[in-house]
Write a protein that binds this ligand. Structure first.
Ligand code: AKB
Length: 317
């Protein structure tokens, strides 16, 4: 059997960093090429600087290393994207079309493209948001994800490229910080708690959003990519659920370990984005097609986050 050669874009990002390690573990460190425009100093193995807007550079790398799969994670997220919507459109769409075109022309068989709950906007059922909801996103990031889902489907239908995708909820992990999302508060809050510092939350206390622990997000990605092709019935992007909670729920969970943890609420423009997103997600298609089951609920995640962040604090002291 031909060995997989996997190229990851955005490997220094919040998800990319952890997914790179998981893929290195699963397929062998020699078979993974991690790329980004920034270097994460804890990344091990083969790393290359790559700006995915540069079609020639991407193509060269795919040809040189005989890449057979691409996980394309590089993107601008929802909140940062609203500061410069045109740049967000340019970067998110240009990088995805480059990845798909290079794949088409150079025999890359499989591509992973992350979508997001940001594809949903007003006019949806916000509780258990169904897979086939109307997609009218409220952010440019969401607009690029809707377009990306359709591009993924197009390249599958027209050229037979095995593109697979997940609509990630907010991802929470201890290994790396998110950059520029509406759900970022749910990571930052743990960093403050373990340092015994107060936290200022940019969302209102009862803003319930879909979230997922990074271990589950990484496992879902690999399970989707490993599933037999005939089981994949969604070629735009699968709804994916982990848990749902509000800032208030999260504070209560943290207070089990830090009873005096203080939070004050100062909602900003990100509140308006969150108001248009689902409260919870119906991921029955993922359950049906490739047997998806999350393992982490809020309290289990909190225990794991706190234990790991405490360890990190001790080693950096
Ligand atoms: C964001 O908040 O922009 C991301 C996402 C839900 O896609 N975390």
């Amino acid at each position: 059997m031909k060995r997989k050669k996997i190229l990851i874009t955005g490997a220094s990002g919040q998800l990319g960093f952890v997914l790179t390690k998981a893929l290195q573990f699963k397929y062998g460190i020699k078979n993974i090429i991690a790329t980004d425009i920034n270097f994460h100093s804890s990344l091990e193995g083969h790393f290359e600087f790559l700006d995915v807007t540069d079609l020639i550079a991407l193509k060269q790398m795919v040809v040189d290393y005989k890449v057979s799969q691409i996980y394309h994670l590089a993107a601008i997220l929802s909140a940062k994207g609203e500061k410069d919507p045109i740049k967000t459109w340019d970067i998110n769409i240009k990088t995805l079309t480059n990845v798909l075109e290079v794949s088409r022309l150079n025999n890359v068989k499989k591509v992973f493209f992350p979508s997001s709950i940001a594809v949903f906007g007003n006019n949806i059922l916000r509780i258990n948001t169904p897979q086939n909801s109307n997609l009218s996103p409220s952010t440019m990031y969401g607009v690029t994800k809707v377009a990306g889902e359709n591009l993924a489907n197009y390249y599958f239908q027209k050229y037979g490229i095995d593109v697979r995708s997940l609509r990630y909820p907010g991802i929470i992990g201890h290994q790396s910080l998110p950059g520029g999302g509406t759900t970022d508060y749910a990571v930052e809050i743990y960093h403050k708690a373990v340092r015994n510092e107060n936290f200022e939350c940019f969302l209102e206390p009862f803003t319930m959003l879909p979230m997922i622990y990074i271990d589950d997000a990484v496992r879902a990605t690999i399970e989707l990519m490993e599933a037999p092709s005939q089981q994949i019935s969604i070629r735009t992007s699968y709804n994916l659920a982990g848990m749902s909670f509000s800032p208030k729920d999260l504070v209560m969970s943290i207070r089990k370990s830090y009873p005096y943890f203080q939070v004050n609420y100062k909602p900003d423009f990100r509140q308006e984005i969150a108001n248009t997103w689902p409260v919870s997600i119906d991921d029955s298609k993922a359950v049906q097609d490739w047997d998806w089951q999350p393992e982490f609920d809020l309290n289990r995640m909190t225990k794991d986050m706190i234990a790991n962040l405490k360890k990190q604090l001790l080693t950096t002291k």
